[in-house]
Structures are given as C-alpha cells and as structure tokens.
Design a protein around this ligand. Structure first.
Ligand code: NAG
Ligand code: NAG
Ligand code: NAG
Ligand code: NAG
Ligand code: NAG
Ligand code: NAG
Ligand code: NAG
Length: 780
C-alpha cells in the first residue's frame, strides 16, 4: 500500500477499469471528526430556519445573517452572541394572495431573505422572496439596533420569487447585479444590473435557456490595462444546452460575463447587455460521460498578484444521480478572459425545416468586436460607450452570445474528486506554509453538513480532514471567510456556524501533526504541541508536500494495560489510530499476529474469540502510515493479556480498572437472562415457522455459554451482528458469516446465528448472545 496518497491521483483511471462499488482508490479524508459542540460556534434561533444569506461587516464587527422572515446581527468573533435582529414577516394578505396562486402557505409563502449587500453609504440592501412577491429594502445598524427602513422597493429581477430556486447576486459600486427569474412562473430568467438605467439580458433561449444560477464575481480588469479595458462581472450557471443536437435535454455548465460600463445599445439591444458573452465550462471527471454540473464557485486572488493570476475554483456534481462523485476544477481567469476576447463564436444554422444546429462561425466578425467592452481601439473610432456601438456589432452579438470554445480547467483535470457526500459550497484560502510556499486550501461544504479541508499538492489530491459541523446533518448552503477574524462562517437550514481555519490541537503527537500535512499547523518541540503556524514565534516542524516526519522527536512509549480473560471468553482490544490512511497491525510477544477464526482484526480493534490458554501475552497495536518520505510506524496501544486458569482459586477474576464501574453482575445477569428469553422466543418462533433448521446441539451449547459468561463478569457490551460481520467482510477474510439458510432476516435484535466458514453445517456454531467480550473503553 505504498501508493495510497498517489492512488488518489490515478483513481479515475482505475475507476474506469473497475466498476466496483467500493473502490479502495477513493480519496478519503485522513481524519474524520465527528460532531462535537467544540467544532464550531453555533447560532440558531428557536423556530427560525433557512440561514442561507450572509454579509460580513468587518467594519462593524458583525456577521449579518439572513434567514426566513428575519435578519440577525451577530458578533463576528463569536456568532453564538446575537447583538440585534429584525423581523421581516409577510402580512396575512400577502400570505393569502400567495396561497390563492397555488403556493404552499407554510413554506413558499414566507419571506426568505435572499439578498444582503453593503451599500456605499454603509447601509445594507436587503431583499426577500416575500410570499412570491419579491421586495427590497434598506437596513441600517446603529446603537445596537438593526432597522429596516420599510421602503418596499420592487424586488422583481433582483430576488427570486421562488425560495427553492437558485440565484446569484453581487453589489458593485452601489449597482446590484442579480441573476434570477423575473416572473412568478420562473420562466423569465435574467442577468440584470439595477442602477439608474437597468440593463438586462434578452428573453431568448440562446441567451439563457432554463438556467440554474450559481454565483457571481467581479474582476478589476481595467486596472493598468494597456488596451483600456473595462471591469467585468462574471456569472456562473448551468443551463440546457442549445448547441447540443441530442434527443434528450443536456445540461451544461457556463460562465458568462458582462462589462461594468455597459449601457446597452441605442436602437438594437436597448437597455440590454451589449457585452453578454458566455462559454461552456468543462470539468472532465470521467471521459465519455455526461458533463458535470457546476454548483458553486470561489474567486481566489493573491492580493500581491495581478488579477490575471486569480483563479476560479468550481464545484461540480454529476448530471444524473448515477454516482456520488463530486469534483473541484480550478480555472485561470486569464484563460476565461482570453476565450471571450479572442475566441470564435458559435452561430445557429437552420437545417431542414425547424431544426437549428449550432456551429463555429467562420465568417467576417464586425468591428468593434461583438461583446467586447469599450476599449481604446473603440474609443479611437469615436465609440466612447456602448450606446455608440454600430448595429452590425449589436445584431451579431444579439444572435450569437455563445463562444465556440469551452473553458478548460488547469491541467485539464479536477484538482479534487471525492466519492461520498455531495459537495455544495466551496471556499479557498491561501496560506503560506513553513516551507515559504503559498498553498490554496479548499474548504468544501457538503450535503451532509460536513466541511472538508483539502489541498492539491503538485497534482496529488489530499483531504486533510472532514469535520461534522451540523448535527443532525444539514446541507451547507453558504460559506464565507473573514480575513479579519480568520474564521469561516457556514450556514444551513438549521443554523449558522463559525469555524476556525485550523484546529491543530486535534493532533496530539508530532507524527500525527506532520503527517496531517495541514499547512496551517506545525509541531512545536519546545512545548510538545501541534500549533497554528501564524501564532508561533518558534520554528515548527512541518512537511506538507512530503509528509517527512524525520525531525519529530521519539514519542513516549505507551503504558501497557493489564487485562485478564477466562478461557472461552471474548475480548476486544482497542487500537484507535489517528489516521484513516494508516494500516494497523498487531504483534503478540513481538511476532506478527495473523488473523484467524478466533483473532479478528477490526478497523480499530482486535477481537479475540473463545480465548484459550495460549492467548495470553503482550499485545501491541502498530499503526503504519505511508507518506512520500517513507513509512512511519507508531505503537498505538499495548496490552498485557493474561488468561485465568479455569479453576481460579476463589472463583473470581480481577478485572482492570476500566471494568470496575460497569453495571453490577446481578444487573448483567438480568440483562443476559432477558436477552436469552427473547432469543429463545425468537428461535422458537423461527422453528415454528420453519425458517431456522439449526441443529439442536448448537442452541444448547449457547444456552450454556450465555449462562456462563455473566458469572465470569467483565462484559459490558454485546457485539452486534453488524459489528462483527462488517469488518470481517471488509478484510475479505470472513471469520464468521451469517447463516444464509433461509432468506429471513431475523437478526434484528442482535440475536443472529453465526457459523465459522469452512466448517460443515454440523460444526460448532456461535450465537450472538455469547459473543460478549471485555470491551475496554478506556482511552489509550
Ligand atoms: C427551510 O428550512 C426547512 C427546515 O429545515 C426546510 O425543510 C426547507 O426546505 C427550507 N426551505 C428552503 C427554501 O430552503
Ligand atoms: C435600540 O433598542 C433599544 C432597546 O430595544 C431602545 O431602547 C433604543 O431606543 C433603540 N435605539 C434606537 C436608536 O432606536
Ligand atoms: C468621445 O470622447 C472623446 C474624448 O473624451 C471626445 O472628444 C469625443 O467627441 C467623444 N465621442 C463621442 C461620439 O461622443
Ligand atoms: C482583507 O481583504 C481585503 C480585501 O478583500 C483587504 O483589503 C484587506 O487588507 C484584508 N485584510 C487583512 C487583514 O488581510
Ligand atoms: C500490570 O501487572 C504488572 C505485574 O503483573 C504490574 O507490575 C504492573 O504495574 C501492572 N500494570 C498496571 C497498569 O496495572
Ligand atoms: C472454544 O474452543 C474449545 C477448544 O479450544 C472448543 O472445544 C469449543 O468448541 C470452542 N467453542 C466455540 C464456541 O467455538
Ligand atoms: C526528511 O527530512 C530530513 C531532515 O530534513 C532529511 O534529511 C531527509 O532527507 C528527508 N527525507 C526525505 C525522504 O525527503
């Protein structure tokens, strides 16, 4: 398994070859952090849902959070502190009107805050769906109060009517750019700028064809531009492809852009964009498959670099629910810009009667170039604004807003692919690591309320961790970052969360800290802790590209635990490895332990079944993790197991400390007795039904065993059918397998029958109530 990290890169190839369900080549997070209230600061107001709009007001130290019928002002440093709030509820009449139009009064006919932007006078612009009658208003924060001005501006074209419809918006110099549907039915999609003169797209399927808007971003392209170019606003969306001559609807991902100075045309394209150009965006996840669909983007710019070096990171998910893959592709802004500035156009050509085919346009292109911003060349021709553009240019772009060439991602392949919870939102943060290099770290929200942290190290996909933020799992619907607090902010239907960029303290050893390859974290030898790089004055041990932990000091030896067991009893020895990429192995008295019927290797434990005198000895669990720099082995746990002789002097056994405060023996006897009774009842029923042709001696044996075990004490957990069986199958060496005679699924209460493989039907059978073992819960 030397290739494990590298395999992430090549898994696509392998996946194409082997269509197996659980491909081991999947890029898995190195660490999975279950839900814990310390994972994030949480905010949730009782009875209020849909926290999916956010505005950072770093100037006021506030996070403004838009929810259903309410806006909150939260402390940016700790969002669990609510500083102010304002309600914006629909009136009874609005609710009734909405209901009469056939919408659901409890969900659709509410006011969902969808737009929240800062204006130049430091107020805020807010829009809500307002019971399918979108409205906008100004809001201010003063003296600790959040106040709506009740201006009741029409929100048509700015804010969606339908709260379930996706939309995008951005505020640029007091002009709101919005992409949404303009009408009740949702059939008039627009990209619109609301300024003194509102400019929007044409209602033509060649412009927008059943689009699903995703996000917007602006780019300061006029800055130091030799050609005298204008700033741009980019829009990302997916839509039904007009250019596809296929029978079925095909959805493609798009990027469109408009020029900030666009005022529309004089006669042609009056009050419409003269600079609306769009191109297909590809993210080739699997060859010869339907294109993946864009879901979110993030503009990642290095403040020290020109805009041309900015990247767009975009999330893609499959067109059909046939796979659970999600991908991230990264695009250079300069590549996108070049396609629009120099690329060929697509043009419709009628074939036969009513069918139109889109092909590359190879005729003459009018001057000024259709869709281009007003630049120096145009100005030289006396064209100072889009109103001066000639009809020929405008007519051309009106009919042909689509570029022929598609935009390819950097490296023509994704920077991350993962099988599992669908990606919903992405945010990218750039950090300088100890090696002096800058890395772009991806934070990805999922459908299941988790946040992934991943990096692509020179083509190698690496997921540092996956943290459960929302419990119960709720899709992450918005993700923001404040470079002032250095914190991430996530929103879901249930609440909002504030998460630090790094929680280095999750690594408690130097090896774990270095192999986590988190560019934010490093090991401080002096204090023996994994610390955030930027907070430390001392030099920290870090090796993000290589995972070279050779500078780590030797770890303290682990303290062995003493454990005793009766012959015939079962024992579970825990081995909690800090990395899912590590392989664990066991040694007994120094020599490797090979799995057998009685020694089951689970993911995080060793299970000893039906112990014999020979099972005593020193057990050591080793974790072996591979990195580019080598193989790192650590001792995770050590146990001194002694097997009590069957005829113990006083008939009692001494158990380790961890077992002492378990339930009383009498209580256990009662439980086991109960289990036994219910098991017998179930068994009897099964025999009655003829489902279970089990030999009689098996049941008798188990009755004896179950009776015996409680007297031996030291049992506090019952292994369930799944627990025992699943890992066994995963190891591909089933030590026990479920009896497959009869198709009945009677093992619901854990009372399932096992039989050892390779043994005939009349061989010894283990019944689950007897599969009790000493479960050492103490943390190692
Ligand atoms: C709002 O939140 C509720 C509760 O979680 C959810 O059922 C509903 O789908 C959400 N509505 C929208 C428009 O997202
Ligand atoms: C702000 O709210 C407080 C209490 O809700 C109120 O006493 C105060 O008058 C308000 N201030 C302004 C300026 O409205
Ligand atoms: C364009 O601007 C230049 C300089 O600002 C001016 O001289 C020229 O008359 C303008 N042309 C038109 C058509 O307005
Ligand atoms: C945060 O980002 C803004 C631009 O988005 C920049 O002007 C500012 O200097 C940054 N602040 C810090 C502390 O990095
Ligand atoms: C384990 O037992 C040995 C002797 O058998 C004893 O020296 C040691 O202290 C015990 N360890 C613990 C942790 O109880
Ligand atoms: C346990 O092992 C003993 C001998 O080592 C054997 O006789 C017995 O059948 C085993 N019990 C089970 C349930 O496998
Ligand atoms: C790991 O780091 C040590 C110390 O910096 C260096 O000597 C060694 O060559 C490195 N190993 C690899 C495989 O890069």
């Amino acid at each position: 398994m030397h290739l494990l990290p590298a395999l992430c890169v090549f898994w696509l190839l392998a996946l194409a070859l082997a269509l197996e369900e659980d491909s081991p080549l999947d890029c898995v997070p190195r660490r999975s952090v279950p839900y814990h209230r310390n994972n994030a600061h949480l905010f949730h107001e009782k009875g209020v849902f849909n926290y999916s709009t956010m505005l950072l007001r770093e100037d006021l130290d506030l996070l403004l959070l838009g929810a259903r019928e309410a806006v909150y002002a939260l402390d940016l440093n700790d969002i669990s502190k609510k500083l102010a709030s304002v309600k914006w509820e629909v009136t009874q009449k609005q609710n009734d009107d909405c209901k009469n139009k056939g919408k659901d009064p409890e969900t659709e006919c509410k006011n969902y805050i969808r737009i929240l932007h800062q204006t130049q006078d430091n107020r805020m612009y807010v829009c809500g769906t307002n019971a399918f009658e979108p409205e906008c208003d100004y809001m201010s924060y003063a003296d600790g109060n959040l106040t709506l001005e009740k201006r009741r501006e029409d929100g048509k074209g700015k804010c969606p009517f339908d709260p379930f419809q996706r939309y995008a918006s951005i505020m640029v110099e007091n002009s709101l750019y919005s992409a949404t549907s303009m009408n009740f039915l949702g059939s008039e999609p627009v990209l619109m700028r609301s300024s003194s003169v509102a400019i929007r797209t044409e209602f033509k399927s060649s412009w927008l064809n059943e689009p699903n808007f995703v996000s917007m971003a602006q780019m300061p392209e006029s800055y130091m531009s030799e050609a005298g170019d204008d700033d741009k606003v980019y829009l990302f969306f997916s839509e039904t492809a007009v250019e596809c001559d296929c029978y079925n609807k095909l959805v493609v991902s798009r990027v469109a852009r408009v020029c900030k100075g666009d005022l529309g045309g004089q006669r042609t394209l009056q009050k419409k964009w003269t600079s609306f150009l769009k191109a297909r965006m590809d993210c080739p996840v699997l060859e010869s498959q339907l294109p993946y669909i864009i879901q979110d983007t993030y503009r990642s710019c290095d403040p020290q670099q020109p805009w041309k070096d900015c990247l767009f990171y975009a999330i893609f998910t499959p067109q059909l629910d046939t796979s659970d893959l999600s991908a991230v592709c990264a695009y250079r802004v300069s590549d996108i810009s070049r396609v629009f500035a120099e690329g060929k156009y697509k043009t419709p050509v009628p074939v036969e009667t009513s069918f139109v085919k889109w092909v590359m346009y190879s005729g003459d292109v009018p001057v000024p170039r259709p869709g281009a911003c007003i630049n120096n060349a145009a100005r030289k021709m006396g064209i100072n604004q889009s109103l001066h553009l000639p009809d020929r240019t405008l007519q051309f772009i009106k009919d042909r807003p689509l570029m022929d060439q598609a935009i390819q991602p950097i490296g023509e392949k994704p920077v991350l692919v993962r099988k599992g919870a669908t990606f919903t939102r992405i945010l990218v943060n750039q950090v300088q690591a100890a090696d002096g290099e800058k890395y772009r770290v991806m934070f990805i929200g999922t459908e299941e309320g988790t946040l992934l942290k991943a990096v692509n190290y020179d083509g190698e996909m690496f997921i540092i961790e996956e943290v459960q933020i929302f419990q119960p799992p709720e899709p992450i619907k918005i993700l923001k970052f404040s470079n002032v607090t250095g914190q991430l902010y996530a929103g879901s239907d249930y609440g909002a969360a504030q998460i630090p960029l790094a929680t280095c303290g999750r690594s408690s050893s130097c090896l774990d800290c270095v192999l986590a390859r988190d560019p934010y974290c490093g090991w401080d030898k002096a204090v023996g802790k994994c610390l955030v790089l930027s907070n430390s004055q001392r030099e920290l041990i870090q090796s993000v590209k290589e995972g070279n932990a050779s500078l780590c000091p030797h770890a303290d030896p682990v303290k062995p635990m003493n454990i005793s067991i009766w012959p015939g009893g079962n024992l579970k020895l825990h081995c909690p490895s800090s990395s899912t990429l590590a392989k664990t192995s066991w040694k007994r008295d120094g020599s490797p332990l090979t799995p057998s019927t009685r020694h089951q290797l689970l993911q995080d434990a060793l299970l000893i079944l039906n112990a014999t005198d020979t099972d005593g000895g020193r057990y050591r669990c080793l974790s072996v993790e591979l990195s580019k720099a080598g193989e790192y082995t650590t001792t995770v746990a050590e146990y001194q197991v002694s097997v009590a002789s069957a005829e113990s002097k006083d008939g009692r056994l001494i158990f380790p400390q961890a077992q002492m405060d378990g339930p009383s023996v009498a209580g256990l006897q009662a439980i086991v007795g109960l289990l036994l009774v219910s098991f017998l009842a179930l068994l009897a029923w099964n025999f009655y039904k003829g489902h279970l042709p089990l030999p009689w001696n098996c049941r008798k044996k188990n009755r004896e065993q179950s009776k015996e075990t409680p007297e031996k004490g030291g049992l506090n957990t019952t292994v369930t059918y799944q627990d025992a069986l699943r890992p066994a199958l995963a190891e591909d060496k089933p030590l026990v397998s479920g009896t497959s005679n009869g198709s009945n699924n009677h093992h619901t209460g854990g009372e399932a029958a096992f039989s050892a493989p390779g043994e005939e039907n009349d061989g010894p059978k283990v019944l689950l109530p007897s599969l009790q073992y000493i479960d050492d819960e103490s943390e190692i």
